[in-house]
Design a binder for this molecule. Structure first.
Ligand SMILES: *Cc1c(COP(=O)(O)O)cnc(C)c1O
Length: 473
């Protein structure tokens, strides 16, 4: 594909995406076809002769799009949002076009320097503690996901807890990680990857009312482990749990970590974006205790997957834990100590130029545009929660500090599961579920940039219509 062929096909693809976004609302949010439908419609073997891009686009429309759940659809309320946006896509396109590798500063200097500045910009936007800024001993890096951030934080924490022995001698099974029973599954996965096994994670009881980790239970677990000769290495606290957006009490948890010298990682994958709004920064109180912190601009900050923003207070510890230096990567800039080599801040060696999409997004929207996006999500969730509160047949299952509302019918689990199936079956909206205190609970997470009041109102109308039918004697 020469540059002229690329230009022509590229314009067609951009047109295709613009048309897709413009017509999203007319499509069913999720497909109803059985498993295997998409695979059966594809040829069993790759083409022998070359094919034009137009032929691929035609099959995209005919085969792929009908098999998609449309995450950018204004009626998509499932899981947490995974926002993308025009500027994000364009920045990613430039990144793909440049095709550079940013593993070392020397392997493409602007790739590293733009990333460092973007992470400092984001730290300012969220008003993160000074210790995370690159001007001091800390700094930020883009990971592919919050799961990777947790893994990297766990490795650095083990490095610290073992006095550096872990790196060369391997793991000894006495190290322990702590998180609320509502901590994300990626924490157990990270601990398993380190070789500690799932038993290395201590699930800490949460308050039944706030669903937040109970500091007294954390202290008791640490004391019990110390008494048994185990070594507490890391606590992972959450701002905005995946199930209900509960907020762990960082001031108390941080004080405990400081007292015992335990690494504190704060996982704010979804809710961290809220801190661009000064009125929502109360959710980050106590963050000055954290050794590391992450949130996903790819969830609620209009930046396409993958983009997890991860900061550490002491980049030296992280680099020491992860660095391996083969001869073929040696270079004068790295040896001078004057540059950052992000390969030492993550699991893979290679890394693409993800800072570009952040740069495009931050410049296109500005702080005010990003705040408007977050405020719109919070206001739409509040509007929906008001409807739930006003209808005696429903109840709210948890607080809704951000843009997720957890609710259910005053009815048994099967009836609530049937309610979810029926509203999703309309193809107009897509919600998912969780369990709160063991009970089946529906989740409505606002987040698509196209979602407006009328979409949230439609979701409520569909829910009440389905409830009318289900509760009819
Ligand atoms: C979504 C989520 C994660 C995982 O995010 P990825 O970036 O997809 O790995 C981790 N923690 C919390 C609290 C989440 O909500």
């Amino acid at each position: 594909m020469d540059p002229d062929e690329f230009r022509r096909a590229g314009h067609a693809v951009i047109d295709w995406i613009a048309d897709y976004w413009a017509t999203l609302e007319q499509r069913p949010v999720a497909p109803a076809d059985p498993p295997g439908t998409v695979a059966a419609a594809l040829p069993a073997s790759p083409p022998t002769a070359c094919e034009p891009v137009e032929a691929v686009l035609a099959d995209l429309d005919a085969i792929v799009v009908p098999g998609l759940t449309h995450w950018q659809h204004p009626g998509f309320f499932g899981y947490f949002p995974a926002n993308t946006s025009g500027p994000s896509l364009l920045g990613d396109l430039v990144s793909s076009g440049l095709g550079v590798q940013g593993m070392l500063w020397a392997s493409s200097p602007a790739c590293t320097e733009l990333e460092t500045v973007m992470m400092d910009w984001l730290a300012q936007l969220l008003d993160l503690p000074q210790r995370f800024r690159s001007s001091g001993s800390g700094g930020g890096v883009i990971q592919d996901s919050a799961s990777s951030a947790t893994l990297v934080a766990t490795l650095a924490a083990l490095h610290r807890a073992s006095g550096g022995r872990w790196r060369d001698a391997g793991i000894d099974r006495r190290y322990r990680a702590y998180t609320s029973v509502h901590g994300h599954s990626s924490i157990e996965k990270a601990v398993r990857i380190t070789g500690l096994g799932s038993d290395g994670v201590r699930p800490i009881e949460a308050d039944p009312e706030t669903l937040a980790l109970r500091p007294a239970a954390l202290r008791a677990a640490i004391e019990a482990d110390l008494a048994a000769g185990e070594i507490p290495a890391i606590v992972v606290a959450t701002i905005g749990t995946t199930s209900t957006t509960a907020i762990d009490p960082l001031p108390e948890i941080g004080a405990i970590c400081a007292e015992y010298g335990i690494w504190l990682h704060v996982d704010a994958a979804y809710a961290g974006a809220a801190a661009v709004c000064p009125e929502l920064r109360w959710s980050h109180a106590g963050l000055e205790y954290a050794d590391s912190y992450c949130f996903d601009p790819h969830k609620w900050l209009l930046t396409g997957f993958d983009c997890d923003a991860f900061w550490v207070a002491d980049r030296g510890e992280l680099v020491e834990a992860l660095t391996v230096l083969p001869e073929f990567l040696r270079n004068a800039a790295s040896e001078s100590g004057a540059v950052i080599d992000y390969r030492d801040w993550q699991v893979p060696l290679g890394r693409r130029f993800r800072a570009l999409k952040l740069w495009f997004v931050l410049r296109w929207y500005g702080a005010e545009g990003l705040r408007a996006h977050i405020r719109s999500g919070v206001a739409l969730a509040a509007r929906f929660a008001d409807r739930v509160r006003a209808d005696g047949r429903f109840e709210l299952a948890a607080a809704h500090p951000f843009s997720l509302v957890c609710f259910r019918l005053h009815a048994d689990d099967d009836t609530n599961a049937e309610l979810l199936a029926r509203v999703n079956g309309t193809g107009r909206v897509h919600l998912t579920h969780t369990r709160v205190a063991g009970r089946y609970t529906l989740r409505l997470a606002v987040g698509s940039p196209q979602t407006a009041e009328r979409h949230v109102d439609e979701a409520w109308e569909l829910l009440t219509a389905a409830a009318d039918n289900l509760l009819r004697p």
